[in-house]
Design a protein around this ligand. Structure first.
Ligand SMILES: *[C@@H]1O[C@H](CO)[C@@H](O)[C@H](O)[C@H]1NC(C)=O
Ligand SMILES: *[C@@H]1O[C@H](CO)[C@@H](O)[C@H](O)[C@H]1NC(C)=O
Length: 442
């Protein structure tokens, strides 16, 4: 998949282009040139472990449960085996697994304060009395996978024993326990070189165990202050990589991640593809900080960005509305599209941003995001001629609104005006199906 399909797609679009381009304006040509530079470098080699061919989906404890280790005062919410078993139960019984959420992931603060007498890691004995191997068995018995957390440096970010000096032992321990994913943080490294070498070493160490373990890195987040990340290189070692600081349960946090991603899209977008993805951090939908419209914006733009979808929320207490958004199969299908190309911001007009993402079968996802934080719903009208690398509606396209509610918008021609109405801080997600010529001659 990928390279040959992309070539085919480009040939198809080449034909459509020849058909429809007579009145191509200079402005459109410039927009097209910009877009082609964003999507023009396909097939950079990915880590060869057969994993993350589409963005990873699951649940990760950090944003919602942080480093809560107080199981005396707060037994329901502390980081303990009970928390992960409950989430695994709910992922099956409440339909999360059916729509694709698969990995139940532990973040920092699961460890005992010291390694055992053989130098092996061990879980905190009070909070994980049955041990990680037992937890992995339990999660596997539900048809799910288990993720765990460690750090490339001497200590984890919260101060538990880190993997530095123990990469092989720790990789083997995780494989012995039946772990399926490692989130490898970047705190407490001696220097830049040992951080980078550590990330690479751990990738080899995981491979050497013979167990398929998805490798989630934070390498570019920790190195970008010193040098521009080389994504060609990072992709050879990691299945996804964090580029930007931790997400918080707030609109300002979500907004800053989107603004930063758009500002760096020339380097980020070509780096993504089957086997390796940019990770803008967890979904905080279903918590306290985002309004309904802001939750829609996060879900839509994480789908456009081909982001891993790790929910960090409390599946025991979640509103039906947030649940239906997180389980919306149309937006998940866009996130998981097999073409595996990340979307980008196409234009910004004062308060509105238009993002688009190429999908398989000559389709496109288009998001119209209203950044205004005052007033009511606003209309935004734009020409379909600019969409889909300028060719999504050449000669015509069918447009379906996916979110905030599903609605067929009908057939549009190449130069049609499209008008959407978007709430403040909200986003409208459209799916655009290019209407192929051979179909129009039935
Ligand atoms: C280890 O790497 C080799 C070569 O890149 C690959 O063929 C193999 O599938 C990998 N094994 C695991 C367990 O990831
Ligand atoms: C980036 O890494 C790749 C693969 O390791 C290497 O071939 C390339 O020269 C590097 N690019 C730069 C600019 O260092």
């Amino acid at each position: 998949m990928g390279r040959s399909r992309a070539a085919e797609l480009r040939r198809e679009q080449g034909r459509a282009f020849a058909f429809g381009c007579l009145s191509l304006s200079l402005a459109l040509a410039l927009a097209l040139a910009l877009v082609l530079t964003l999507v023009g470098v396909p097939g950079v080699t990915a880590l060869d472990n057969g994993l993350a061919l589409t963005p990873t989906m699951g649940w990760l404890h950090w944003e919602r449960f942080t480093c809560n280790v107080d199981c005396i005062e707060d037994p329901e919410n502390c980081i303990s085996e009970q928390l992960f078993m409950q989430m695994a139960d709910l992922m099956v019984s409440e339909g999360w697994k059916d729509v694709g959420y698969e990995y139940v992931c532990i973040d920092d603060c699961w460890l005992a304060s010291k390694r055992d007498e053989n130098g092996r890691l061990k879980a905190d004995p009070k909070r994980f009395p049955s041990g990680i191997r037992h937890l992995a068995n339990y999660v596997h018995s539900k048809g799910l996978k288990l993720g765990i957390y460690q750090d490339v440096g001497t200590l984890t970010c919260a101060g538990y024993p880190g993997s530095y000096g123990y990469y092989d032992i720790d990789a083997k321990t995780f494989a012995d326990w039946g772990v399926d994913l490692l989130k490898f943080d970047g705190c407490n490294s001696k220097d830049l070189e040992s951080l980078v070498e550590g990330y690479k070493y751990m990738s080899f160490a995981l491979n050497k165990t013979g167990r398929s373990i998805l490798y989630s890195c934070e390498w570019p987040l920790y190195t970008r202050h010193f040098q521009e990340p080389n994504y060609t290189e990072i992709r050879q070692y990691c299945n996804h990589w964090r580029n930007y600081g931790d997400i918080f349960d707030s609109w300002s946090s979500v907004k800053s991640i989107l603004a930063w991603t758009a500002s760096k899209q020339e380097s980020l977008v070509p780096a993504a593809g089957p086997g390796g993805w940019n990770d803008p951090d967890m979904l905080v939908i279903g918590n306290f900080g985002l309004s309904w419209d802001q939750q829609v914006t996060q879900m839509v733009l994480w789908a456009i960005m081909a982001a891993p979808l790790f929910m960090s929320n409390d599946l025991r207490h979640i509103s039906p509305q947030s649940k239906s958004l997180l389980q919306n199969e149309d937006v998940i299908a866009i996130n998981q599209d097999p073409l595996g190309k990340q979307g980008y911001r196409l234009r910004k007009d004062e308060d509105f941003e238009v993002w688009e993402r190429p999908l398989s079968n000559l389709a496109w996802a288009v998001a119209v995001f209203n950044q205004k934080e005052i007033g009511g719903p606003q209309n935004y009208a734009f020409s379909t001629a600019a969409l889909g690398e300028g060719l999504g509606c050449a000669p015509a396209c069918l447009i379906t609104q996916i979110l905030p509610v599903k609605e067929e918008l009908g057939l549009y021609e190449w130069t049609s005006q499209l008008k959407v109405r978007v709430n403040p801080t909200g986003t409208v997600l459209l799916k655009l199906q290019t209407f192929q010529q051979h179909k129009s001659f039935h």
